[in-house]
Design a protein. Structure first.
Length: 115
């Protein structure tokens, strides 16, 4: 994936970025029960030239059949925060456990994962 060069239209102001990221923390990977931000699934957040939020993200497994469920959860989490969004599913670089945040690791340990 090539991330577009930031322009005035694609750069997200810090306060808005934090609001979006916080909302996405309410979206959980249905198989692992850790949110998509702390699990390290969200690679990038930008706005396109029309003001649509582009969420570049991956999954723990390319064969995951739950993309529709995750997109529905994202839509609910972002309702009232952005006018529209699109998920750009990214497979390179592949997800790995090194992308999990410290908070995500704590969540996984609390669920019984040895990480």
């Amino acid at each position: 994936m090539t991330t577009p060069e930031p322009t005035e239209q694609t750069v997200i102001p810090a306060a808005k970025y934090d609001q979006i990221e916080e909302a996405l923390c309410a979206v959980y990977d249905p198989e692992i029960s850790v949110d998509i931000v702390n699990l390290g699934l969200v690679y990038d957040l930008t706005f396109d030239d029309e003001g649509v939020l582009i969420i570049s993200m991956t999954l723990t497994s390319a064969g995951c059949p739950l993309t529709d469920m995750i997109e529905d959860d994202i839509a609910q989490a972002l309702d009232g925060i952005v006018d529209g969004f699109r998920v750009n599913w990214v497979w390179m670089p592949p997800w790995g456990p090194e992308r999990i945040t410290d908070e995500g690791r704590d969540m996984m340990r609390a669920l019984g994962f040895a990480i």
